[in-house]
Design a protein around this ligand. Structure first.
Ligand code: NAD
Length: 332
């Protein structure tokens, strides 16, 4: 039944069903690192729940997946509290929705906006803390406020510097991922050994990072792209574009495909280009991210309980759907 024709009681019942289903999938995806449905199935059900909750705000419950980030932490790990929460990200599935996002933001800030546009890396978020230029702590996002201490495991990853190029005390965030080649080899070896294979590189990365034995992580050939400076320790950085350049100078791996865009047409071109070369990249991406470039404006726009208001993900269509389209084009 369309949402517009539902009574509140009907909407509440439908929402409860969606909540239970989505929370079960989330537990499997975030906590156990073994997803049981494709991301687009999760995304479609999540969208349905969002639409119900938007039409009937009274039916929103605190345990709704729309109100919570990620999953629970594994009890074997030491807990880490994120002084600045690690949030999720809003997403859209069409360029029209991206235009609406831009119009909404330009209206609320009363100015024309510039965006730093980046690839959305299909891995998991990590947080790194440096004191006087030395890595002292690394953690997962967890439920956004409490993450898992995985410092030992992160120290085995080559692209994570133990010492920065300057003796700064800073906190940075980014994505840990498993390159496609490492993923293919890992699954091949697991299959040959009769072990369960990983569903996708994202889950393989998550499973490889959340190990009690850091030697296992080391053998998995993980890599990283860092994209956020959380605390600056006097660094002169006023935009996201500068932040990426600074991260690179400090010794981090930064994805080179970012672009400063001042027009939506540039963003459209960026999306088309990267959607087309997606399969050729050595790492998985599931979309692109638009971030308001000016860090002061970002702070002014702030966050909802779950997502920053100054950024949005444009998600690519699911790969299966693309394959079908390609094969149709091929036969025609
Ligand atoms: P998300 O993964 O859609 O977006 C937020 C994350 O994007 C950040 O935490 C960060 O890790 C990552 N990211 C990658 N590149 C980035 C960049 N350049 N800049 C900033 N962040 C970047 O949000 P989420 O809340 O972590 O997960 C929700 C998504 O996870 C769903 O849309 C769905 O696709 C998937 N999911 C799937 C299942 C399932 O059962 N298949 C279950 C739960 C969630």
């Amino acid at each position: 039944k369309p949402v517009a024709q539902m009574t509140e009681a009907e909407a509440s019942q439908a929402a409860a069903q969606l909540r239970d289903q989505l929370n079960q999938w989330r537990e499997q995806y975030y906590t156990a690192d073994t997803p049981t449905v494709e991301d687009h199935v999760y995304d479609e059900n999540y969208r349905d729940l969002q639409n119900l909750e938007a039409a009937f705000p009274a039916i929103v419950t605190p345990d709704s997946p729309t109100q919570n980030v990620g999953g629970e932490i594994l009890p074997e790990f030491t807990k880490v509290r994120h002084a600045i929460p690690m949030l999720s990200m809003g997403d859209v599935f069409s360029f029209e929705e991206l235009n609406e996002f831009n119009q909404r933001l330009e209206k609320s800030t009363d100015q024309k906006l510039a965006y730093n546009v980046e690839l959305k890396i299909d891995g998991l978020a990590i947080d790194l803390i440096y004191e006087n230029g030395q890595l002292v702590q690394g953690s997962t996002r967890g439920n956004g406020t409490i993450g898992e201490d995985i410092t030992k495991n992160l120290r085995t990853i080559e692209s994570i510097p133990e010492t920065l190029s300057q003796p700064l005390s800073i906190e940075v965030r980014g994505e840990c991922y498993m390159p496609k080649e490492a993923f293919a080899k890992l699954n091949e070896a697991r299959e040959a050994n009769g072990e369960a294979t990983f569903a996708n590189p994202r889950n393989a990365a998550a499973g490889s990072l959340r190990q009690l034995d850091a030697n296992v992580t080391k053998r998995r050939h993980l890599s990283t792209f860092m994209y956020t400076i959380v605390t600056f320790d006097g660094l002169q950085v006023s935009t996201q574009n500068e932040a990426l350049k600074t991260l690179k100078e400090l010794g981090f791996n930064v994805n080179p495909e970012y672009q400063l865009c001042t027009e939506m047409t540039q963003i459209d071109t960026y999306i088309q280009k990267h959607q087309a070369i997606r399969d050729d990249l050595a790492y998985g991406i599931d979309g692109v991210v638009l971030k308001v470039n000016d860090l002061v404006l970002q702070a002014q726009l702030g966050n909802t309980v779950k997502v920053p208001r100054w950024e949005i993900a444009y998600k690519f269509p699911p790969e299966e759907a693309q394959t079908v389209i390609h094969s149709i084009e091929w036969t025609v």
